[in-house]
Design a binder for this molecule. Sequence first.
Ligand code: ADP
Ligand code: MG
Length: 479
Amino acid sequence: MEKPAGSGPSLSSATIGEAWARIRGRLREEVGEVEYRTWLRQMTLAGIEGDEAIVVLPTRFLRDWVRGHYGDRLSALWQQESPSVRRVDVRLGPQRPASDDAEEAAAPGRDGPPRRNGLAEPLVNGKGAGRTVDARGDWSAPLDPRFTFDTFVVGKPNEFAHACARRVAEKPALPGFNPLFLYGGVGLGKTHLMHAIAWAIRNGEAARNVAYMSAEKFMYRFIAALRSQSTMEFKESLRSVDVLMVDDLQFLIGKDNTQEEFFHTFNALVDAGKQIVVSADKSPSDLNGLEDRLRTRLGCGMVADIHATTFELRLSILVAKATAAGVEVPKSVQEFLAHKITSNVRELEGALNRLIAHANLFGRAITLDGVQEVLQDILRAHDRRVTIEEIQRKVAEHYNIRLTDMSSARRARAVARPRQVAMYLAKQLTSRSLPEIGRRFGNRDHTTVMHAVSRIAELMQADSAFAEDVELLRRMLET
Ligand code: ADP
Ligand code: MG
């Protein structure tokens, strides 16, 4: 039987509590005593949910501050402790008593092994058996109150997925929309949309029984049921829901037993006229490693993808979030951020939150100069230098031509077009001048490069599939 992913080497050899104590100790060393006491001492670990560690802070301000300033570092430290933890969610929540003394003892370099601290119960037992704390609770994982339709900003890249989500929320189990399969890259709003559906259905007139969970949680539950020989209960309780939502289904790849169980649950629910909503990072047909019959069934309803954000969407999201936070963010700053932070909405949001925390803390207005300073690290990461060689290599690979054809004299369309794409990207992603770029492409004239750039821009306007292709290349090169 497959092992739960939460039981990677680091988690099975030590409790989560110990890992957490080490992480706190590391942070304390890194940031120094004063900063640690000011911002981080009040953090407590509420648990691990799926691939997320949930860290809570007692005030909104502390939460925003820690999220903005230490969120990435916390994620990185967690990942070192346990690769199955992919991110850290910093939330507002009640504080658990954690005495200073316990904390002192937990810091590395002091006497004795780190003690468990700031954690109510271990979530996975020492042997990594995958027993979750909430095995007793009801089916659904908690829904994030921020993730509703009201707060979801609609734009070209997500309008179709959004419309489908709305439809399902209004009328679950509508033929043609069951299952609803949402897919897209990380941080683009899949979980947000799923929670929004769940909220809307729960608050609807016919208040139905909605179960939302990550695929990982589904697996943990299933394995726990197998161990405690309560699979019948597991099946029955699951089949009593009206709407089953499973997030990040790609997690089930390679987990054949769990996939099988999910498949049966899926069929039972759909046959009973219940709604299924699933998300994944790829379309059903691209989810390699998924059982064919499951893949087929998943693709039977509505499949909706969320595309990478556009500048316009990023801008609208920033406006919406700043307004919601009641903070004035100058247009120039909005545009700067929307232009610079293109990877996903989560990062964009993180950058904005940090700006807001800063502005609040120092009682200063947000300015373009201030932004460069406050977001230095984030901006630097996004400024990664891409070289013309990298661009040529990636583009050649993508279009399946030889790298040497980037500089060859061949003019056949099959090589000329990719070459133009590479020139276009070189202009977009590097600070090289047109003559310089021309030189790197087999000593071509700068007017050739200029022509390539405008030609590709034109084609992108006219042909959205082509535009997507080029965007994809750009994203690959930027990350
Ligand atoms: P995914 O599940 O696709 O990785 P999430 O749903 O967790 O992404 O989104 C990441 C963050 O970005 C969340 O805080 C979410 O609220 C925010 N977000 C994503 N898309 C939008 C949107 N269209 N409007 C508002 N917020 C968004
Ligand atoms: Mg998600």
